[in-house]
Design a protein. Sequence first.
Length: 101
Amino acid sequence: MAEPEFTATGVRIERWPRSLTRAGEVRIEDGRLSLLTSYGSEIDSAPVNAVRAGRPWFAKPDETVAKVNGTRYRLTMDGPQDRASGPGRFLEALKRASKGR
């Protein structure tokens, strides 16, 4: 099994208006984005080409929004909005994975 292209743990995953997990995992692996609970159960997943993600103007520096299978999720990750960590790294990994498919 290959290494995931991106993985982040300790992610707060919210589906408006409620929190689904405060310590979940976001993983991009084999061309799929997976949102997992802290126990490893799948919340949602989709091929990276079907996922839309970005940072709306109202988002905090550690937040991003991803639309997976028509459902909007707010992902709160540690780290500032830059390419080295947090949401910036996630968005870059998603872009690379979708170009590779």
